[in-house]
Design a protein around this ligand. Sequence first.
Ligand SMILES: [Zn+2]
Length: 129
Amino acid sequence: MKKFRYKKIECANPDCEVEFIPSRSNQFHCCEACRKRKNYVENKPETDRIRALEIRFKKVDKSLARLYQQMLKMKADKVSKELFGYENIDPFLCNEVRQNPNTNRPIHFFYNYGFEYDGAGFYIIHKMK
Ligand SMILES: [Zn+2]
């Protein structure tokens, strides 16, 4: 009869107390579920951070959609810093920066909308095509 080559170890998942004999030297979990669980727990802070950021981006996108509609209503091509400020948009936040080829200024893009500061107290709201 073949003897077990490895010593009994405790499952590396902190929520599991199973002791088992690994079949490979790189097996640290008693089962596939425990292996996945541990990876999930280890990556959770990163996942949470990304999710929180996505929520913020979506909120800004909604605000920009509102401002864009107001801009159309007022037949304006930009909105004032004050109006922009009412939406509580963090001017440093962005999902993606794109250069406006016409002005050479950065556009802070989110999902469907983006904003560009004109350097003179106004924000130009862009709708992604
Ligand atoms: Zn386990």
